[in-house]
Design a protein around this ligand. Structure first.
Ligand SMILES: *Cc1c(COP(=O)(O)O)cnc(C)c1O
Length: 431
């Protein structure tokens, strides 16, 4: 019987109304095994991190070997081979020459923001014309960038951040023209959003614009067209501002491309990565930055131009070893992420015909659809109800309010995928 532990405090959980947590004892591939022997399909990759599958043997072996070689060393004074290998690999794949390590997605975003902001302050100190005025930050409606203060400020104001509202710095916001299959109004919404962005960029000199390329994750798996992401990048470039891509969720094949910004053929100045980075084994975040940004922090005469940021576990060798093994595996079996969308499609087409559902959308491994409800939002209880019913059929989902989505590990078999969709169909009929 599931119970609450007297000494634990769970994330984003209202203890008074939530079901007690399930007790996991082991996991393999797409399956989580509970204490009572039940097996569940992990259809959301354990909060979007388990990229290949649980306990993936190659990554497990790489972590075990690294643990017996070099488990940790202070990264301010030392470097080490797994960190260097990862930096070389990710630089080649992102087109951004410099890698800065931190511990999770929120810190990867914080670091991107600190680099962008301080780069302009360093430019200002160096006397670059116009740099001093660049103080505006722009993000998008519905965005989620993490739970630390800077990341909260960049994200949409919500029930998550409401108590901290007076402590959050100001961010200008542009509309996010989310779309779905057979969406007839998208051209007009997209044009209006780009026009508003242009206005914001013209109004006040802008330091940086941050977006989640192609999919807003926590914002409800809200997908946009590549043309929008491309249009954003063009306008940001024209305004001379910096473009930050928050690929914490979309990175590492999630959207069918190695990185989501590639769908729009754009080059961000900064990219935040985490979730899939270590294949879901270890907490780690990285911020990729261009050589031009890095150069703005190099100055023998002015120590204040240094990026004074660092975490105790910066570039943890175990995390680096996991990330290197995960990336090698991902690229060796690229058809597993490039081909996932085609596996979802027929199932989502069939499911979307259900009268209670609307707005189906699909990109790479991520499939989403919405329940028709009177009051949409994260707190709408329909998601929790559906979660319970799907769980009874051996599938773990975690809807975002009325938004149901699948974001499974790449190892998910055809039979398991079918089981996920069948469980949702049955749960809907029983609602
Ligand atoms: C999850 C997420 C974050 C925050 O990452 P954490 O590891 O949870 O701190 C930031 N941005 C996006 C797009 C995310 O999905």
């Amino acid at each position: 019987m599931a119970t609450w532990h007297p000494h634990l405090w769970h994330p984003t959980t209202q203890v008074a109304t939530a079901d007690p947590p399930l007790r996991a004892v082991r996991a393999r591939g797409a399956l989580l095994e509970l204490e009572d022997g039940r097996q569940l399909i992990d259809a959301i990759s354990s909060w979007w991190v388990t990229l290949h599958g649980h306990a993936e043997p190659e990554i497990a072996a790489a972590v075990a070997a690294q643990a017996q070689t070099l488990e940790q060393v202070i990264f301010a004074n030392f470097s080490h081979p797994p960190a260097e290998a990862l930096a070389t690999a990710l630089s080649a794949r992102t087109g951004l020459e410099r890698l800065f390590f931190s511990d999770n997605g929120s810190t990867a975003v914080e670091v991107a923001l600190k680099i962008a902001w301080q780069w302009w302050r360093n430019q200002e100190a160096a006397g670059t014309p116009g740099a001093a005025a660049r103080r505006r930050l722009i993000a998008f409606d519905g965005a989620y960038h993490g739970d630390t203060f800077g990341a909260m400020a960049l994200g949409e104001r919500s029930i998550f951040s409401a108590p901290f509202q007076p402590l959050l710095f100001e961010v200008a916001r542009a509309p996010w023209p989310a779309t779905w299959w057979d969406d007839e109004g998208i051209e007009a919404r997209e044009a209006a959003a780009l026009q508003r962005l242009e206005q914001l960029l013209e109004e006040v000199p802008t330091a940086a614009v941050i977006l989640e390329p192609m999919i807003q994750g926590a914002g409800g798996m809200a997908m946009v067209r590549p043309s929008f992401v491309h249009g954003v990048a063009e306008r940001v470039r024209a305004a001379g501002a910096l473009l930050i891509a928050d690929e914490v969720m979309t990175g590492f094949g999630r959207t069918g491309a190695l990185f989501a910004h590639r769908h729009a053929a754009i080059q961000p100045d900064l990219i935040a990565l985490s979730k899939g980075l270590t294949g879901g084994f270890l907490p780690m975040g990285v911020t990729m930055a261009s050589e031009g940004l890095f150069a703005g922090f190099v100055d023998a005469e002015q120590p204040g131009r240094t990026l004074f940021h660092g975490h105790s576990f910066t570039a943890n060798p175990l995390g680096c070893a996991a990330a290197n093994a995960s990336l090698a595996l991902l690229e060796r079996q690229a058809e597993r992420f490039t081909g996932f969308e085609a596996r979802h499609r027929p199932h989502l087409e069939a499911l979307a015909r259900h009268p209670r559902l609307r707005r189906p959308r699909l990109l790479g491994t991520v499939a989403a659809v919405e329940l028709v409800v009177e009051r949409p939002g994260y707190l709408n209880p329909v998601g929790r109800e559906l979660q319970r019913r799907v769980l009874e059929q051996g599938v773990f989902l975690r809807p975002l309010g009325q938004v149901l989505y699948l974001l499974p590990p790449l190892c998910l078999s055809d039979a398991q995928l079918e089981q996920c969709y069948a469980a949702i169909g049955l749960a809907l009929d029983a609602l």
